[in-house]
Design a protein around this ligand. Structure first.
Ligand code: ATR
Length: 280
């Protein structure tokens, strides 16, 4: 490798099956960037030493995934988003300082912007399923776009109330039993739980009472079309899936490391979708 080649990596444990090298590799080629993107499978006990010596390992930055997102936040200088979400997934070296952000917000809102441009001009409230790491990023993105009410439904109710404590009274925590009522006339439903993922139970939700022009979004991307999205499509709702979010969340890191803002194209989507089951 040329010594001037800029390299980034994804750090996780496990990480072997990450799809990020394929995604960033496509952009590196498309934009003719002299760069590289690799997988670094690092055990939790070695993560701190690895991250704090990122440049000695040959990297200008990194994506961080399970189980390192919380540690990455503590070991870096987080921006407002990473701090607000409580987790960092994208890091870069800035004049020797290790800085971090959370691009899961861009993933979620970017997918919505692309599927339903101007959605936040007509939608003031949403229903979010899940209050884990992904749920926090989804709720953060919705509030950043000015929604006034975000109902957060979670199996563990205290995690939904913690979101209200963190983000304020626009967040309305709710129990799973409240869902049928909340869905009546709802314009935006986002699944941020792992339900519907291959090997997990599905979300048995009746979508018949959603608003006629509703948007249904799912963070799950294996399969691409979860039972929730299949039901939403059948009713003619606009949908966004987890692969679209994965692609949009990757844009910010590529720009920070390689200096080019890459485009999420249909061609890239098809390339990445090729080895993911379409339905369960
Ligand atoms: P992530 O970072 O992907 O959000 P996570 O923090 O483990 O992962 O959160 C997973 C989410 O899926 C949580 O909202 C979880 O609900 P709990 O907070 O009650 O654990 C939700 N989830 C996972 N399995 C579930 C199940 N069988 N039924 C309902 N919710 C489930």
């Amino acid at each position: 490798m040329n010594p001037s080649t800029r390299a980034a990596c994804v750090i996780g444990y496990p990480a072997k099956h990450s799809r990020s090298p394929k995604l960033h590799g496509h952009w590196l080629e498309r934009y003719g960037v002299d760069g590289d993107y690799r997988i670094e499978e690092i055990e939790p006990e070695h993560f701190q030493a690895f991250l704090l010596n990122l440049s000695q390992h040959g990297y200008v930055g990194a994506n961080v995934t399970m189980p390192h997102k919380d540690a990455a936040l503590k070991l870096s200088e987080p921006d407002e988003r990473a701090l607000g979400i409580g987790a960092a997934n994208t890091l870069w070296l800035d004049k020797g300082n290790l800085r971090s952000t959370n691009t899961d917000v861009d993933g979620f809102v970017g997918a919505l912007d692309s599927a339903a441009p101007g959605w936040h001009d007509r939608i003031t409230s949403a229903v979010v399923l899940g209050a884990g790491g992904a749920g926090r990023a989804v709720v953060y993105g919705l509030l950043e776009r000015g929604l006034t009410t975000v109902h957060v439904v979670n199996r563990t109710y205290t995690k939904a109330t913690a979101l209200r404590e963190a983000y304020g009274s626009s967040v309305e925590p709710a129990h799973w039993e409240d869902l049928p009522k909340l869905l009546e006339g709802a314009s935006l439903l986002a699944n941020a739980t792992s339900l519907g993922m291959d090997g997990q139970p599905t979300l048995g939700i009746d979508l018949s009472t959603l608003a006629a022009d509703a948007i249904v979004s799912d963070i799950v991307y294996v399969p691409l079309k979860t039972p929730l999205l299949a039901a939403a499509e059948e009713r003619g709702f606009t949908t966004t899936n987890g692969l679209e979010m994965l692609l949009h969340q990757a844009v910010g890191g590529f720009k920070l490391w390689f200096g080019v803002r890459p485009e999420v194209t249909r061609e890239l989507y098809e390339l990445m979708a090729a080895d993911i089951p379409a339905t369960s």
